[in-house]
Write a protein that binds this ligand. Structure first.
Ligand SMILES: *Cc1c(COP(=O)(O)O)cnc(C)c1O
Length: 418
């Protein structure tokens, strides 16, 4: 049985073929509908314009594309397999589940796709110093890795709370030669780390490139980060057509800033029959200050350079967020996701900490694959929906990262230490 397709969406499909294509966003000002844009201090404007121009040149330059393609293949390990999760499928008794194995990439998550792309951009711009923010530490590790590979000086900003939750990644970054700077302001997590990185960038913009780690921030970042991750969906499309001779019925990915999700979704946006679900962090449930599900109880606002859905109070103060996974624990979602939700193209749900932990164990014990806690949120959604679908239907879930970094945290949580 195929998923239901209403006549209106059929019509939309044919109307969209040319200029209305969902892959034509953002516009030249970085707008995805009313979302996105460039809300930054004057001092950063020239840096963003420089980045935008360099990126436009680079994307058309065969030598840039070839160098990135070979790095992704030989250094990072692409293409990643599209793997049939046989025992999980059997256990859930519904749709056939495939895992897109981004966890097998060098450094353990999809983040390396973007870090390698941006380091090549930094070199083209003649920069010598790299800065980045990191939440779970995966983006910090990917950036420190790329910086080491190309001989850049590298400083990573990380919330002090996250440094404690993810001490293994802190050690990895330091081995890779990066300086890790703890940020103690506010909630001492990702938002504060981004603030510090932006402050550094304003001061050192001449020799420094800021490698932003998700499909977030001011234009052109959401576009650049998406473009460097779209290879996930491009590969998936080829692989599923080869294995099943048809497109999947449902794509599932967790959504922090939204980079692994848009990376998977992008190649399928104009395929009306392919449904997509982004999964946010439901934390302790949808209680103010206890979750990071921006589309549940959030509102429209501006944070760190972009207009998007975020968690703030009536006065515009950013609310506290909570998630068991540091990589999803952020008050704003990437602007393209706000747009895709508004037009009804992508559905957004959430998984709580408890559901994510159960999914973490289920995938580990059934498939021999320990997922990152972020990724476990996507698995939790699959656990809910796969049994409601038929055995002929296909789900592809983005296995955004491996769980090595989370092993200690989960063990401590479950022995009651936290
Ligand atoms: C960083 C991270 C995420 C969340 O970031 P997105 O930009 O939303 O993809 C998800 N999974 C893993 C494994 C991560 O490291």
């Amino acid at each position: 049985m195929l998923p239901m397709v209403t006549p209106t969406s059929e019509k939309t499909q044919s109307q969209r073929n040319s200029k209305d294509s969902l892959t034509n966003f953002p516009d030249q000002y970085g707008h995805f509908g009313e979302y996105g844009g460039r809300f930054v201090p004057e001092t950063l404007m020239s840096a963003l314009l420089e980045l935008e121009h360099e990126y436009e040149a680079a994307r058309k330059d065969p030598s840039f594309r070839n160098e990135l393609a070979s790095l992704l293949q030989e250094f990072a390990g692409r293409p990643t397999p599209l793997y049939f999760a046989e025992r999980l499928t059997k256990e859930l008794g519904g749709a056939k589940i495939y895992l897109k194995r981004e966890d097998l990439l060098h450094t353990g998550a999809h983040k390396i796709n973007n870090a390698l792309g941006q380091i090549l951009l930094a070199r083209r711009m003649g920069k010598t110093r790299i800065i980045a923010e990191t939440g779970a530490g995966q983006h910090g590790v990917a950036t420190a890795t790329a910086a080491a590979r190309f001989g850049f000086q590298c400083r990573i900003y990380m919330g002090a709370v996250d440094m404690e939750r993810q001490s293994l990644n802190v050690a990895r970054m330091r081995f890779l030669g990066a300086e890790v700077v703890g940020v103690t302001a506010g909630q001492a997590t990702l938002k504060e780390a981004i603030n510090e990185a932006m402050r550094d960038w304003v001061t050192n913009v001449r020799d420094t490139h800021y490698i932003l780690g998700s499909a977030l921030g001011a234009h052109p970042y959401p576009m650049i980060v998406r473009d460097f991750h779209r290879i996930i969906g491009d590969e998936t499309r080829r692989q599923i057509l080869q294995k099943e001779e048809r497109l999947p019925d449902l794509l599932v990915a967790c959504v922090g800033g939204g980079s692994n999700a848009i990376g998977l979704f992008y190649a399928f946006l104009n395929d009306e029959r392919v449904r997509m679900t982004g999964v946010e962090a439901g934390g302790d449930g949808i209680i103010r200050g206890r979750h990071a599900a921006r589309f549940q109880g959030g509102r429209l606002g501006v944070l760190q350079g972009t207009k998007t859905w975020l968690l703030s109070d009536e006065d515009g103060q950013i609310e506290l967020t909570h998630s068991v996974s540091a990589g999803l624990d952020y008050a704003a979602v990437g602007p393209e996701h706000s747009f895709l939700r508004e037009i009804g193209r992508v559905d957004y749900s959430y998984a709580t900490d408890v559901e994510a932990l159960a999914a973490f164990h289920k995938l580990s014990s059934l498939e021999g694959i320990i997922p990152a806690l972020e990724t476990a949120h996507a698995i939790a959604e699959v656990i809910k929906v796969a049994p409601t679908m038929t055995r002929e239907q296909l789900i592809v879930v983005n296995l955004s990262g491996r769980g090595d970094k989370d092993v200690q945290q989960v063990a401590e949580l479950e022995s009651g230490k936290e």
